[in-house]
Design a binder for this molecule. Structure first.
Ligand code: UDP
Length: 370
């Protein structure tokens, strides 16, 4: 970008905050820092889905909060677009940076491109090819209207060139979530969450083996019957280790009533955790069962076994190189499938993908300021 005196970041949801934190910091630490403005769309607003990440990751408080929450995806997107125009035209940024695949990502990219402001997409090029996933639509549109596509892995570059996106717009910079993870490692190792959840006694090295469960994709949580089957299958996993289940607000009420009705004494439902405590749990878990995107990557970096309850992933490198295994949650015999996959994964050699090294944000800054 020729002129980058003013950079506008648009975030709105938990994974956006985690991805934006290292880049905002790296831009601030340049010898000639540019002016940065941070807009929070309001998509996630609870303190444990939003505020805590600003504190723990030293993110500056948002300059503007658009307070768009609730409603379905289309209502959210339309409201964000309506409310975002004024702050953009007033700030007059030289570029807009958006992160990941949320509705806030798409709103920021659409607004920027309509207002003829170059858009940079961090975590470009990921494709699940599952067009029923709202995030897949967000990814495809965002990439196709962005000027700078910062990819986390080389498969993402191929996805973009297959869509005829010009090669000179694509930059393989690595995984920015791993920047956040590496820079937080000291705090993660100091977390007391294992003691707080009675998984480790004070002063003891021994950790009770436990699994983690996270679910929030509509395909898994929107239908009560399949959700009950899924929760039943996971809670029956031998040898009935405790399952720590931070419940996403998207399905909280229903999940709590379902877990009461199934025999799930080993399932410990808790509020969503802050980043530091959650990463400490991920690092020390026997296995993680999830439908999250980011958790597939973090477990690959931490070498923790990950079972992704989906039939596709936009992050295939976590399967081919990392610790991730996909399982279709609609398959019969789910408990046995998960058990066997955990056993197989424990003896699999995994490697950390290229450029997942904590230096992604600096690579982006170097490109943006060149
Ligand atoms: N995460 C967290 N607390 C939790 C659950 C997840 O901090 O209780 C973090 C997780 O480590 C990862 C991010 O939230 O960094 C992933 O967010 P989510 O699964 O909501 O979104 P996705 O990655 O699927 O877009």
């Amino acid at each position: 970008m020729a002129n980058n005196n003013k950079i506008l970041h648009i975030v709105g949801a938990r994974p956006n905050f985690i991805k934006a934190a290292p880049l905002i910091k790296a831009l601030k630490n340049q010898p000639n820092p540019c002016e940065q403005l941070l807009i929070h769309t309001g998509q996630h607003f609870d303190s444990n889905m939003s505020g805590i990440f600003f504190n723990e990751l030293n993110l500056p408080m948002p300059d503007i909060n658009l307070e768009v929450s609730g409603g379905n995806g289309l209502q959210q997107l339309s409201e964000m677009l309506i409310r975002i125009e004024k702050p953009i035209t007033e700030f007059k940024p030289d570029s807009i940076i958006v992160y990941g695949d949320t509705n806030s990502t798409l709103a920021g990219a659409l607004a920027g491109s309509k207002l003829s402001i170059p858009v940079a997409h961090v975590e470009a090029g990921l494709r699940s090819r599952d067009y029923t996933m709202p995030e897949e639509i967000n990814r495809i549109i965002t990439d196709n209207i962005s000027s700078y596509l910062f990819t986390p892995s080389e498969d993402a570059n191929s996805n973009l060139t297959d869509e005829n996106i010009k090669k000179d717009h694509i930059y393989f910079v690595g995984n920015i979530m791993i920047d956040t993870l590496i820079s937080s490692m000291k705090k993660i190792d100091q977390s007391l969450i294992l003691q707080n959840l009675n998984l480790q006694s004070q002063g003891s090295e021994k950790i009770i083996p436990y699994n983690i469960l996270t679910l929030h994709r509509p395909s898994n949580v929107d239908d009560d019957e399949s959700l009950a089957t899924l929760l039943g299958a996971v809670s029956n996993l031998p040898p009935l280790n405790p399952i720590i289940f931070p419940v996403h607000p998207r399905a909280e009420g229903r999940i709590r009533s379902i877990t009461k009705n199934i025999n799930s004494n080993n399932m410990i439902c808790i509020q969503p955790l802050g980043y530091i405590d959650f990463l400490c749990l991920l690092k020390n878990a026997n296995a993680v069962i999830t439908d999250s995107g980011g958790i597939q990557e973090e477990t690959t970096y931490l070498k923790t076994t990950c079972i992704t309850l989906r039939s596709t992933t936009e992050r295939p490198i976590t399967v081919s190189k990392g610790t991730n295994t996909l399982i279709n949650p609609n398959e019969p015999g789910l408990t046995e499938l998960i058990r066997d996959a955990i056993d197989a994964a424990h003896s699999k050699d995994s490697v950390i993908p290229d450029l997942w090294d904590g230096k992604t944000s600096q690579r982006i800054v170097d490109i943006l300021l060149k």
